[in-house]
Design a protein around this ligand. Sequence first.
Ligand code: ADP
Ligand code: MG
Length: 315
Amino acid sequence: MHSEFDLVAHIRSRVAPRSDVVLGIGDDAAVIDVPRGQQLVVTTDTLNAGVHFPRDTPVQAIGWKSLAVNLSDLAAMGAQPAWCTLSLSLPESSQAWLDAFLDGFLAMAVQHQVCLVGGDTTRGPLSISVTAMGLVQSGSALRRDAACVGDDLWVTGNLGDPSAALETISAGGDAPAALRDRLDRPSPRIAAGLRLRGLAGGCVDVSDGLLADLGHICSSSGVGAEIELSLLPASSVLVGFDDALRWRHQATGGDDYELCFTAPAALRAKVVQAMDLAQTPVTRIGTIVAGQGVRALEPNGSQWQPLRMGYQHFA
Ligand code: ADP
Ligand code: MG
């Protein structure tokens, strides 16, 4: 058994330094230099075992995902990730578990030069809470409330794989490795978010399902949206699904961590060029319209009626 202090000392020994961190793990709080002319962007997400990841998820993947989902929120703001804190609630103190967790967590951190500057370590049901902080040039954050009628609607990557994996796992089955990997090891679209500054109107990351998250852009911006289901990007695995099942996963599943954003139609070529530079696939899926709410159209033009718009914890 290791004490809380042993665990924290171990975490500290594995964290790579960052020049703007004046004081990191070890004092009562961290001290960070924030560059003049930039704004701090802050986000928190908690992952609970059995709710945010299947209980059989490899520990490394839990570490990876707990930071990745937070960096995805920074990506949706167009922020450059910089620092994070980690609050761990663990059923028992195990250095082997912690090391596997840190393997995943710190791999994600190194990939985006994020420095772990503090946190909290307690005993309790397995739960991981991460706060991620990033920077944007003052006034340049991407927001949900800036979509305009007539804007194109875009989405990065493809949609639905994690939802398809989760459904198989929840039914007691084994998801194909390609789908399971998308559920366990999401890639936050940082490069895309940075390149969208000055181009995108509204922007959101797709964590609870496209219709639900796009609905947030619409309600914040006071507009409606129309998407065409046949345009939603699918992986080679999902392409083989029946239309109705594929649409359900793509439009109402969750855990995609892709960016959904709007941009004026006049900037279409610029968006394609920017996403090319960010090495991020991008697909135009619809249009922002006057009114409210999101309509999803089937290939025959009729309005699709999903059973639910997306994931809700207290539904
Ligand atoms: P305090 O009791 O003053 O809040 P703690 O003993 O909780 O201090 O934490 C000591 C130091 O270790 C602090 O700098 C805190 O941020 C850091 N820390 C604790 N748990 C973690 C963790 N899971 N990850 C990173 N840093 C942590
Ligand atoms: Mg203290």
